[in-house]
Design a protein around this ligand. Sequence first.
Ligand code: CA
Length: 224
Amino acid sequence: MTRVLVVEDDRALADALVINLRARGEQAMVARDGASALRSAAAETPDVVLLDLGLPDMDGLEVIAGLRGWTEVPIIVLSARDAQRDTVLALDAGADDFVRKPFGMDELFARLRAAVRRSAPRADEPVVVAGDLEIDLAAARVRRHGDDVRLTPTEWHVLEVLVRQRGRLVPRIELLREVWGPAYETETNYLRVYLAQLRRKLEADSSHPRHLVTEPGLGYRFET
Ligand code: CA
């Protein structure tokens, strides 16, 4: 059972989230503003927080900052369709992922599972299977339909960062920092080039990628 704190002032949406969470056997708590969210997080120590950024009493970014002062609990932002800038700021402030409103419950639950899985201490799973791909993180090797795929060291590094965080949005800045270093945080064209190369090698249809997904303006996500 996952204990979820829903921070949402839209009563209909909060109710729908709670009903769906409970129907799946999860435990749900609701806070309708930022102050109650911070109180509730401290008192209930949820496993994951779903956070609407537009709250009546304070900016969702302040809630993220307040939580990050003392906890690494996964935070998934519920972002408005036209609020890309806010989403970027939320990820920079320490949110783990986002779903764009209106979202389907299946999408939301996939994000929830991915966030909770990453935060739980676990034995490493060296081989990740995604469709016809087999990615061996220990051996640094990829197979497609059972055949080895040759990747350059940089291609592998990009893939590895995404696969280790599979299911989660990896912000562009984080990927650039991990693979190329802090001096390259703005070189987003590197990512376009390397993602295109990886898709050509790994995707059945590189123009409609199934695994190496772009979140426009934000980053990339590896879907299994
Ligand atoms: Ca709102």
